[in-house]
Design a protein around this ligand. Structure first.
Ligand SMILES: Cc1cc2nc3c(=O)[nH]c(=O)nc-3n(C[C@H](O)[C@H](O)[C@H](O)COP(=O)(O)O)c2cc1C
Length: 209
C-alpha cells in the first residue's frame, strides 16, 4: 500500500478545505494521513541555503520531521483556501520550508502530487501556483479540484450593509444573510464527486508508477 499525505493550509479547523482534503485522501484507497499546517511549530524560511549540503533545515521547529514524512510519502495532496487572491500564507510558508528537499538529488522527484483549492474567487490562482511548485520540485501532478467557500462578509457582522460587501455583490441590496447562503461541503454532491475522482486519479497515478 502506498502512503499519501495531505497538508491543509487552512487555519480553519474542519473548514471546507480540510473536509474536501480528507474526502480525497480516503478516496485514494491507500494509507493516508492529514496534517494541519496550523498545528505545526513552523517558522519562516530565512533563506540561509544551509540546507543545500544536508537536506535538513537548521531552524529548530517541526519541519525536519515533516521533511522525513514527505520523503517517505508516495504522494502529497496540498489543500489551501484562496486568501487575498492566492494561496494562504501558511501554505506558502510550508512550500518554502520544503526547500531542503530541492537540492542536488531533488528528493521530491517523481512523487505524485494533487491540489484541493477552496474559495469563491481566485481558486484557480491557488491551483496554478501549486502546479508551478510541483513542477519545479520534479513532482507529477495527478490532478486538482476546487471546493466552495464562504466570503468573510457572511460572518463579519457588516455583510448586509457594508459598501464593500461580497454578500451584497452576490445577493443584492436588502438581502439577508441566512444559513442557506453558507457553503457546506457535506451538502455539495458535485464537490464530493470531484474529491472522489481526484482520489482515484491519485490512485491511478500511484499504480502506474
Ligand atoms: C483575509 C481573508 C482573505 C480572503 N480572501 C479570499 C479570496 O481571495 N477568495 C475567496 O474566494 N475567498 C477568500 N476568503 C474567504 C475564505 O478563504 C474562503 O471562504 C475559504 O474557502 C474558506 O475555506 P476554509 O473553510 O477551509 O478555511 C478570504 C478570507 C479571509 C479571512
Amino acid at each position: 500500500m502506498a502512503k499519501v499525505i495531505g497538508f491543509s493550509g487552512s487555519a480553519v479547523r474542519s473548514g471546507t478545505v480540510e473536509k474536501a482534503l480528507e474526502h480525497v485522501l480516503k478516496s485514494t484507497g491507500h494509507e493516508w494521513e492529514l496534517i494541519q499546517l496550523n498545528s505545526l511549530d513552523m517558522k519562516q524560511c530565512i533563506g540561509c541555503t544551509r540546507c543545500a549540503g544536508t537536506y535538513r533545515c537548521i531552524l529548530k521547529d517541526d519541519i525536519n520531521g515533516i521533511l522525513d514524512k514527505v520523503v517517505e510519502a508516495d504522494a502529497i495532496v496540498v489543500g489551501s483556501p484562496a486568501r487575498v487572491g492566492g494561496m494562504t500564507g501558511l501554505t506558502k510558508a510550508f512550500l518554502e520550508r520544503l526547500f531542503p528537499l530541492y537540492h542536488r538529488d531533488m528528493l521530491t522527484q517523481g512523487k505524485i502530487a494533487a491540489t484541493v483549492a477552496g474559495g469563491m474567487f481566485h481558486n484557480n490562482s491557488v491551483e496554478n501556483e501549486l502546479s508551478q511548485f510541483y513542477s519545479g520540485f520534479g513532482m507529477v501532478e495527478a490532478g486538482s479540484m476546487t471546493v466552495g467557500g464562504n466570503a468573510s462578509c457572511y460572518k463579519c457582522g457588516y455583510g448586509e450593509t457594508c459598501d464593500h460587501s461580497a454578500f451584497i455583490a452576490l445577493y443584492g441590496e436588502g438581502a439577508k444573510i441566512t444559513d442557506d447562503v453558507f457553503y457546506s461541503f457535506e451538502k455539495d454532491k458535485e464537490a464530493k464527486g470531484r474529491a472522489e475522482l481526484l482520489g482515484k486519479q491519485i490512485a491511478d497515478a500511484l499504480n502506474s508508477k
